[in-house]
Design a protein around this ligand. Structure first.
Ligand SMILES: *Cc1c(COP(=O)(O)O)cnc(C)c1O
Length: 399
Protein backbone atom coordinates (compact mmCIF):
# COMPACT_ATOMS: atom_id res chain seq x y z
CA UNK A 1 0.00 0.00 0.00
CA UNK A 2 1.45 3.41 -0.87
CA UNK A 3 1.41 6.31 1.50
CA UNK A 4 -0.65 8.86 -0.42
CA UNK A 5 -3.41 10.47 1.58
CA UNK A 6 -6.54 8.43 1.16
CA UNK A 7 -9.88 10.07 0.59
CA UNK A 8 -12.77 7.85 1.47
CA UNK A 9 -15.65 7.47 -0.88
CA UNK A 10 -18.43 7.53 1.66
CA UNK A 11 -21.08 6.84 -0.97
CA UNK A 12 -19.45 3.62 -1.97
CA UNK A 13 -19.03 2.54 1.58
CA UNK A 14 -22.72 2.48 2.27
CA UNK A 15 -24.76 3.20 5.35
CA UNK A 16 -22.61 1.09 7.67
CA UNK A 17 -19.78 3.50 7.27
CA UNK A 18 -21.93 6.49 8.09
CA UNK A 19 -22.84 4.72 11.26
CA UNK A 20 -19.24 4.97 12.40
CA UNK A 21 -19.73 8.69 12.70
CA UNK A 22 -22.94 8.37 14.60
CA UNK A 23 -21.55 5.90 17.09
CA UNK A 24 -19.07 7.51 19.42
CA UNK A 25 -16.00 5.77 18.19
CA UNK A 26 -13.65 7.46 20.62
CA UNK A 27 -12.45 4.89 23.06
CA UNK A 28 -14.33 2.08 21.32
CA UNK A 29 -13.09 -1.25 22.66
CA UNK A 30 -13.91 -4.60 21.13
CA UNK A 31 -12.13 -7.42 22.91
CA UNK A 32 -12.10 -10.78 21.15
CA UNK A 33 -14.52 -12.17 23.72
CA UNK A 34 -16.25 -11.49 27.02
CA UNK A 35 -18.28 -13.89 29.12
CA UNK A 36 -22.01 -13.34 29.29
CA UNK A 37 -22.94 -13.66 32.98
CA UNK A 38 -26.41 -12.18 32.74
CA UNK A 39 -28.29 -15.26 33.96
CA UNK A 40 -28.39 -16.88 37.39
CA UNK A 41 -24.60 -16.85 37.83
CA UNK A 42 -24.52 -14.38 40.70
CA UNK A 43 -27.53 -15.93 42.41
CA UNK A 44 -25.96 -19.37 42.43
CA UNK A 45 -22.59 -18.05 43.58
CA UNK A 46 -24.27 -16.26 46.47
CA UNK A 47 -26.03 -19.51 47.27
CA UNK A 48 -22.64 -21.30 47.45
CA UNK A 49 -21.20 -18.64 49.72
CA UNK A 50 -24.25 -18.56 51.97
CA UNK A 51 -24.30 -22.34 52.26
CA UNK A 52 -20.55 -22.62 52.77
CA UNK A 53 -20.19 -25.16 49.93
CA UNK A 54 -17.35 -23.58 48.00
CA UNK A 55 -14.96 -26.49 47.36
CA UNK A 56 -15.55 -29.43 45.04
CA UNK A 57 -18.18 -30.94 47.32
CA UNK A 58 -21.61 -29.53 46.79
CA UNK A 59 -24.69 -29.90 44.71
CA UNK A 60 -23.73 -27.64 41.80
CA UNK A 61 -20.89 -29.92 40.67
CA UNK A 62 -23.22 -32.88 40.23
CA UNK A 63 -25.92 -30.73 38.71
CA UNK A 64 -23.44 -29.30 36.20
CA UNK A 65 -22.12 -32.78 35.35
CA UNK A 66 -25.62 -34.12 34.78
CA UNK A 67 -26.53 -31.04 32.75
CA UNK A 68 -23.53 -31.23 30.43
CA UNK A 69 -23.94 -34.98 30.02
CA UNK A 70 -27.59 -34.52 29.04
CA UNK A 71 -26.75 -31.62 26.74
CA UNK A 72 -24.10 -33.67 24.93
CA UNK A 73 -26.29 -36.80 24.79
CA UNK A 74 -23.81 -38.66 26.96
CA UNK A 75 -24.48 -40.82 30.02
CA UNK A 76 -21.81 -39.42 32.31
CA UNK A 77 -20.09 -36.09 32.94
CA UNK A 78 -16.95 -35.72 35.03
CA UNK A 79 -16.17 -32.10 35.88
CA UNK A 80 -12.51 -31.07 36.07
CA UNK A 81 -10.43 -27.94 36.51
CA UNK A 82 -9.95 -27.11 32.83
CA UNK A 83 -10.06 -28.51 29.31
CA UNK A 84 -6.40 -29.45 29.30
CA UNK A 85 -6.70 -31.77 32.30
CA UNK A 86 -9.89 -33.20 30.79
CA UNK A 87 -7.71 -34.35 27.88
CA UNK A 88 -5.00 -35.55 30.26
CA UNK A 89 -7.44 -37.65 32.29
CA UNK A 90 -9.11 -39.01 29.15
CA UNK A 91 -5.76 -40.33 27.90
CA UNK A 92 -4.92 -41.80 31.31
CA UNK A 93 -8.32 -43.44 31.71
CA UNK A 94 -7.94 -45.07 28.29
CA UNK A 95 -4.58 -46.46 29.36
CA UNK A 96 -2.57 -44.52 26.81
CA UNK A 97 1.08 -44.04 27.69
CA UNK A 98 4.65 -44.83 26.78
CA UNK A 99 5.20 -46.41 23.35
CA UNK A 100 1.70 -45.48 22.20
CA UNK A 101 1.06 -43.12 19.31
CA UNK A 102 -1.79 -40.63 19.28
CA UNK A 103 -2.85 -38.90 16.05
CA UNK A 104 -3.95 -35.27 16.25
CA UNK A 105 -4.33 -32.30 13.90
CA UNK A 106 -1.61 -29.75 13.20
CA UNK A 107 -4.05 -26.86 13.58
CA UNK A 108 -5.25 -26.76 17.18
CA UNK A 109 -4.51 -25.16 20.51
CA UNK A 110 -1.33 -26.53 22.11
CA UNK A 111 -3.26 -28.17 24.99
CA UNK A 112 -4.24 -31.02 22.65
CA UNK A 113 -0.65 -32.10 22.08
CA UNK A 114 0.58 -31.21 25.57
CA UNK A 115 -1.87 -33.67 27.12
CA UNK A 116 -0.46 -36.44 24.93
CA UNK A 117 3.05 -35.54 26.06
CA UNK A 118 1.99 -35.53 29.75
CA UNK A 119 1.20 -39.27 29.55
CA UNK A 120 4.47 -40.03 27.78
CA UNK A 121 2.85 -41.10 24.52
CA UNK A 122 4.08 -39.98 21.11
CA UNK A 123 1.91 -37.41 19.37
CA UNK A 124 1.64 -37.81 15.60
CA UNK A 125 0.69 -34.52 13.98
CA UNK A 126 -1.25 -34.66 10.70
CA UNK A 127 -2.68 -32.10 8.30
CA UNK A 128 -6.22 -30.72 8.24
CA UNK A 129 -8.78 -30.44 5.44
CA UNK A 130 -8.86 -27.25 3.36
CA UNK A 131 -12.67 -27.23 3.45
CA UNK A 132 -13.47 -27.80 7.13
CA UNK A 133 -10.05 -26.93 8.66
CA UNK A 134 -10.41 -30.04 10.85
CA UNK A 135 -8.25 -33.19 10.99
CA UNK A 136 -8.10 -34.92 7.62
CA UNK A 137 -9.25 -38.59 7.68
CA UNK A 138 -6.98 -39.29 4.70
CA UNK A 139 -4.02 -37.95 6.67
CA UNK A 140 -5.08 -39.99 9.72
CA UNK A 141 -5.13 -43.23 7.76
CA UNK A 142 -1.69 -42.54 6.30
CA UNK A 143 -0.28 -41.97 9.80
CA UNK A 144 -1.64 -45.17 11.40
CA UNK A 145 1.04 -47.65 12.51
CA UNK A 146 1.00 -50.73 14.72
CA UNK A 147 1.69 -48.41 17.66
CA UNK A 148 -1.27 -46.10 17.06
CA UNK A 149 -3.67 -46.24 20.00
CA UNK A 150 -5.88 -43.21 19.65
CA UNK A 151 -7.07 -40.30 17.54
CA UNK A 152 -7.94 -36.87 18.92
CA UNK A 153 -10.24 -35.13 16.46
CA UNK A 154 -10.51 -31.45 17.36
CA UNK A 155 -13.76 -29.72 16.42
CA UNK A 156 -11.88 -26.58 15.52
CA UNK A 157 -13.45 -23.13 15.67
CA UNK A 158 -16.91 -24.62 16.14
CA UNK A 159 -16.69 -26.83 13.04
CA UNK A 160 -17.42 -30.55 13.24
CA UNK A 161 -14.88 -33.19 12.16
CA UNK A 162 -15.94 -35.89 9.70
CA UNK A 163 -17.08 -38.12 12.54
CA UNK A 164 -18.59 -40.88 10.40
CA UNK A 165 -15.31 -41.55 8.58
CA UNK A 166 -13.22 -41.12 11.73
CA UNK A 167 -15.34 -43.51 13.81
CA UNK A 168 -15.35 -46.05 10.99
CA UNK A 169 -11.57 -45.88 10.83
CA UNK A 170 -11.30 -46.20 14.61
CA UNK A 171 -13.36 -49.40 14.47
CA UNK A 172 -11.34 -50.77 11.57
CA UNK A 173 -7.98 -50.20 13.28
CA UNK A 174 -9.21 -50.66 16.86
CA UNK A 175 -8.33 -47.15 17.99
CA UNK A 176 -9.66 -45.07 20.85
CA UNK A 177 -11.21 -41.70 20.03
CA UNK A 178 -11.01 -38.67 22.31
CA UNK A 179 -12.95 -35.73 20.93
CA UNK A 180 -11.54 -32.31 21.75
CA UNK A 181 -14.76 -30.28 21.96
CA UNK A 182 -13.25 -27.23 23.67
CA UNK A 183 -14.45 -24.95 20.87
CA UNK A 184 -17.65 -26.68 19.80
CA UNK A 185 -20.19 -27.09 22.61
CA UNK A 186 -23.46 -28.14 21.00
CA UNK A 187 -22.17 -28.84 17.50
CA UNK A 188 -23.69 -31.86 15.78
CA UNK A 189 -22.95 -34.54 13.23
CA UNK A 190 -26.03 -36.22 11.77
CA UNK A 191 -28.10 -34.76 14.59
CA UNK A 192 -25.80 -36.26 17.25
CA UNK A 193 -23.87 -33.94 19.58
CA UNK A 194 -20.08 -33.80 19.50
CA UNK A 195 -18.45 -35.41 22.49
CA UNK A 196 -20.77 -38.43 22.31
CA UNK A 197 -19.08 -40.14 19.34
CA UNK A 198 -15.73 -41.11 20.78
CA UNK A 199 -14.81 -42.99 23.95
CA UNK A 200 -14.49 -39.71 25.81
CA UNK A 201 -15.37 -36.12 24.84
CA UNK A 202 -13.46 -33.24 26.43
CA UNK A 203 -14.84 -29.75 26.97
CA UNK A 204 -13.34 -26.50 28.21
CA UNK A 205 -15.17 -23.76 30.07
CA UNK A 206 -12.43 -21.16 29.97
CA UNK A 207 -13.71 -17.58 30.01
CA UNK A 208 -13.59 -17.15 26.23
CA UNK A 209 -15.27 -20.46 25.32
CA UNK A 210 -18.91 -20.88 24.27
CA UNK A 211 -20.00 -21.28 27.87
CA UNK A 212 -17.73 -20.69 30.83
CA UNK A 213 -17.01 -21.38 34.46
CA UNK A 214 -13.96 -19.05 34.48
CA UNK A 215 -11.62 -22.01 34.36
CA UNK A 216 -13.18 -25.41 33.99
CA UNK A 217 -13.54 -28.55 31.96
CA UNK A 218 -15.52 -31.75 31.59
CA UNK A 219 -15.07 -35.28 30.31
CA UNK A 220 -18.21 -36.90 28.96
CA UNK A 221 -18.57 -40.60 28.21
CA UNK A 222 -21.14 -43.33 27.74
CA UNK A 223 -19.00 -45.89 29.54
CA UNK A 224 -19.68 -46.40 33.23
CA UNK A 225 -16.26 -47.99 33.64
CA UNK A 226 -14.47 -45.02 32.11
CA UNK A 227 -16.58 -42.59 34.14
CA UNK A 228 -15.56 -44.38 37.32
CA UNK A 229 -11.91 -44.39 36.31
CA UNK A 230 -12.03 -40.67 35.46
CA UNK A 231 -13.57 -39.90 38.86
CA UNK A 232 -10.89 -41.84 40.71
CA UNK A 233 -8.08 -40.21 38.72
CA UNK A 234 -9.58 -36.77 39.31
CA UNK A 235 -9.65 -37.35 43.06
CA UNK A 236 -6.07 -38.34 43.97
CA UNK A 237 -6.55 -41.90 42.72
CA UNK A 238 -8.43 -42.62 45.91
CA UNK A 239 -10.49 -45.80 46.12
CA UNK A 240 -14.21 -45.09 45.98
CA UNK A 241 -14.93 -47.81 48.52
CA UNK A 242 -12.08 -47.24 50.95
CA UNK A 243 -11.33 -43.70 51.97
CA UNK A 244 -7.63 -42.67 52.03
CA UNK A 245 -6.72 -45.86 50.22
CA UNK A 246 -4.89 -45.16 46.95
CA UNK A 247 -4.51 -47.78 44.25
CA UNK A 248 -3.08 -45.59 41.55
CA UNK A 249 -1.35 -42.27 41.23
CA UNK A 250 -4.12 -39.76 40.75
CA UNK A 251 -4.46 -36.02 40.63
CA UNK A 252 -6.47 -33.29 42.25
CA UNK A 253 -8.24 -32.06 39.14
CA UNK A 254 -11.61 -31.29 40.74
CA UNK A 255 -13.84 -28.38 39.76
CA UNK A 256 -15.16 -26.27 42.63
CA UNK A 257 -18.81 -25.85 43.50
CA UNK A 258 -18.37 -22.10 42.89
CA UNK A 259 -17.25 -22.73 39.32
CA UNK A 260 -19.94 -25.36 38.77
CA UNK A 261 -22.53 -22.87 40.05
CA UNK A 262 -21.55 -20.50 37.23
CA UNK A 263 -21.63 -23.46 34.86
CA UNK A 264 -25.18 -24.38 35.86
CA UNK A 265 -26.33 -20.83 35.17
CA UNK A 266 -24.52 -20.81 31.81
CA UNK A 267 -26.03 -24.13 30.85
CA UNK A 268 -29.53 -22.82 31.46
CA UNK A 269 -28.88 -20.32 28.67
CA UNK A 270 -26.79 -22.39 26.28
CA UNK A 271 -29.43 -22.68 23.58
CA UNK A 272 -29.91 -18.94 23.59
CA UNK A 273 -26.15 -18.31 23.69
CA UNK A 274 -25.61 -20.60 20.68
CA UNK A 275 -28.43 -18.93 18.78
CA UNK A 276 -27.10 -15.47 19.54
CA UNK A 277 -23.58 -16.48 18.53
CA UNK A 278 -24.92 -17.75 15.21
CA UNK A 279 -26.70 -14.43 14.75
CA UNK A 280 -23.45 -12.57 15.38
CA UNK A 281 -21.69 -14.63 12.72
CA UNK A 282 -24.57 -13.96 10.30
CA UNK A 283 -24.27 -10.26 11.07
CA UNK A 284 -20.60 -10.35 10.05
CA UNK A 285 -21.28 -12.45 6.95
CA UNK A 286 -24.06 -10.13 5.86
CA UNK A 287 -22.24 -6.91 6.75
CA UNK A 288 -19.06 -7.96 4.99
CA UNK A 289 -20.57 -9.67 1.96
CA UNK A 290 -19.13 -7.05 -0.38
CA UNK A 291 -15.63 -7.62 0.91
CA UNK A 292 -14.46 -10.40 -1.36
CA UNK A 293 -11.19 -10.67 0.53
CA UNK A 294 -12.91 -12.21 3.54
CA UNK A 295 -14.43 -15.69 3.38
CA UNK A 296 -16.24 -17.26 6.28
CA UNK A 297 -16.48 -20.86 7.44
CA UNK A 298 -18.40 -23.34 5.33
CA UNK A 299 -21.42 -25.38 6.27
CA UNK A 300 -21.50 -29.04 5.33
CA UNK A 301 -24.19 -31.61 4.82
CA UNK A 302 -24.83 -33.62 7.99
CA UNK A 303 -22.74 -31.26 10.09
CA UNK A 304 -24.12 -28.49 12.27
CA UNK A 305 -21.30 -26.19 13.26
CA UNK A 306 -21.59 -23.72 16.10
CA UNK A 307 -20.13 -20.24 16.34
CA UNK A 308 -17.36 -19.94 18.88
CA UNK A 309 -15.43 -16.95 17.60
CA UNK A 310 -16.44 -15.83 14.15
CA UNK A 311 -13.70 -17.42 12.05
CA UNK A 312 -12.74 -16.40 8.53
CA UNK A 313 -9.94 -16.43 5.98
CA UNK A 314 -8.36 -13.39 4.39
CA UNK A 315 -7.44 -13.65 0.74
CA UNK A 316 -3.69 -14.16 0.20
CA UNK A 317 -3.50 -10.65 -1.31
CA UNK A 318 -4.18 -9.09 2.08
CA UNK A 319 -1.39 -8.47 4.56
CA UNK A 320 -2.96 -9.87 7.71
CA UNK A 321 -0.53 -8.20 10.05
CA UNK A 322 -1.31 -4.77 8.63
CA UNK A 323 -5.03 -5.50 8.93
CA UNK A 324 -4.83 -6.73 12.53
CA UNK A 325 -2.62 -3.80 13.55
CA UNK A 326 -4.93 -1.28 11.91
CA UNK A 327 -7.93 -2.77 13.68
CA UNK A 328 -6.14 -2.66 17.01
CA UNK A 329 -5.56 1.08 16.58
CA UNK A 330 -9.35 1.50 16.53
CA UNK A 331 -9.79 -0.71 19.58
CA UNK A 332 -10.78 -3.92 17.79
CA UNK A 333 -9.05 -7.13 18.81
CA UNK A 334 -8.83 -9.44 15.82
CA UNK A 335 -6.88 -12.62 16.45
CA UNK A 336 -4.87 -14.68 13.98
CA UNK A 337 -5.39 -18.46 13.88
CA UNK A 338 -3.19 -20.79 15.91
CA UNK A 339 0.28 -21.51 14.56
CA UNK A 340 0.49 -25.06 13.23
CA UNK A 341 1.99 -27.21 15.99
CA UNK A 342 4.58 -28.55 13.55
CA UNK A 343 6.04 -25.07 13.02
CA UNK A 344 7.00 -24.74 16.68
CA UNK A 345 10.43 -26.17 17.52
CA UNK A 346 9.23 -28.04 20.63
CA UNK A 347 6.66 -29.98 18.59
CA UNK A 348 8.16 -30.19 15.08
CA UNK A 349 9.73 -33.62 15.75
CA UNK A 350 6.21 -35.06 16.12
CA UNK A 351 5.07 -34.22 12.62
CA UNK A 352 5.23 -37.00 10.05
CA UNK A 353 5.49 -34.56 7.19
CA UNK A 354 8.07 -31.83 6.71
CA UNK A 355 5.21 -29.47 6.34
CA UNK A 356 1.46 -29.71 6.50
CA UNK A 357 0.58 -27.31 3.70
CA UNK A 358 -3.10 -26.86 4.49
CA UNK A 359 -2.60 -26.13 8.19
CA UNK A 360 0.19 -23.74 7.28
CA UNK A 361 -1.85 -21.80 4.76
CA UNK A 362 -4.95 -21.58 6.99
CA UNK A 363 -2.78 -20.49 9.87
CA UNK A 364 -1.35 -17.65 7.81
CA UNK A 365 -4.69 -16.43 6.47
CA UNK A 366 -7.11 -17.11 9.32
CA UNK A 367 -8.69 -14.47 11.55
CA UNK A 368 -11.10 -14.58 14.46
CA UNK A 369 -13.46 -11.67 14.98
CA UNK A 370 -14.84 -10.40 18.30
CA UNK A 371 -17.77 -12.62 19.23
CA UNK A 372 -19.70 -12.30 22.47
CA UNK A 373 -23.37 -12.31 23.34
CA UNK A 374 -23.24 -9.45 25.84
CA UNK A 375 -22.95 -6.74 23.15
CA UNK A 376 -25.63 -5.07 21.07
CA UNK A 377 -26.00 -4.56 17.33
CA UNK A 378 -24.27 -1.13 17.39
CA UNK A 379 -21.17 -2.84 18.67
CA UNK A 380 -21.03 -5.19 15.69
CA UNK A 381 -22.05 -2.46 13.24
CA UNK A 382 -19.06 -0.43 14.40
CA UNK A 383 -16.65 -3.33 13.94
CA UNK A 384 -18.09 -4.12 10.52
CA UNK A 385 -17.85 -0.47 9.48
CA UNK A 386 -14.23 -0.29 10.58
CA UNK A 387 -13.36 -3.46 8.70
CA UNK A 388 -15.08 -2.14 5.57
CA UNK A 389 -13.26 1.15 5.93
CA UNK A 390 -9.96 -0.72 6.02
CA UNK A 391 -10.70 -2.61 2.82
CA UNK A 392 -11.96 0.42 0.92
CA UNK A 393 -8.95 2.41 2.02
CA UNK A 394 -6.68 -0.41 0.98
CA UNK A 395 -8.32 -0.46 -2.44
CA UNK A 396 -8.04 3.30 -2.93
CA UNK A 397 -4.49 3.20 -1.67
CA UNK A 398 -3.62 0.61 -4.27
CA UNK A 399 -4.99 2.56 -7.21
C1 LIG B 1 -9.20 -24.00 25.01
C2 LIG B 1 -8.79 -25.28 24.40
C3 LIG B 1 -8.27 -26.33 25.16
C4 LIG B 1 -7.89 -26.21 26.59
O1 LIG B 1 -8.83 -25.78 27.45
P1 LIG B 1 -8.42 -25.03 28.81
O2 LIG B 1 -9.69 -25.05 29.57
O3 LIG B 1 -7.96 -23.67 28.45
O4 LIG B 1 -7.34 -25.84 29.47
C5 LIG B 1 -8.01 -27.53 24.51
N1 LIG B 1 -8.21 -27.68 23.20
C6 LIG B 1 -8.67 -26.68 22.43
C7 LIG B 1 -8.88 -26.93 20.97
C8 LIG B 1 -8.96 -25.44 23.01
O5 LIG B 1 -9.40 -24.44 22.23
Amino acid sequence: MNKKKVTLNIEEMGPDFLMIKEVDNEGFQAPISMPDLSGNELKYIVDCVNSGWISSQGQYVQRFEKGVAAFTQSKFGIAVMNGTVALHLALLALGIGKDDEVILPDLTFAATINAVLYVGAKPVIVDVGDDDWCISPVAIEKAITTKTKAIIPVHLYGQVCKMDVIMEMARKYNLKVIEDCAEAHGAEFNGQKVGSFGDIGCFSFFANKIITTGEGGMCVTNSELLAEELRVLRDHGMSKSKRYWHEKIGYNYRLTNLQAAIGCAQLENISLILKQRDEIEKRYIDGLKDIKEISFQSNFEKRKKVTWLTSALLSPTINRKVFINKMSTVGIDIRPFFYPLSTMPIYSQFSDEQENPVALELSQRGINLPTMTCKNSDFYATIIAQIKAFFYQTKEGNQ
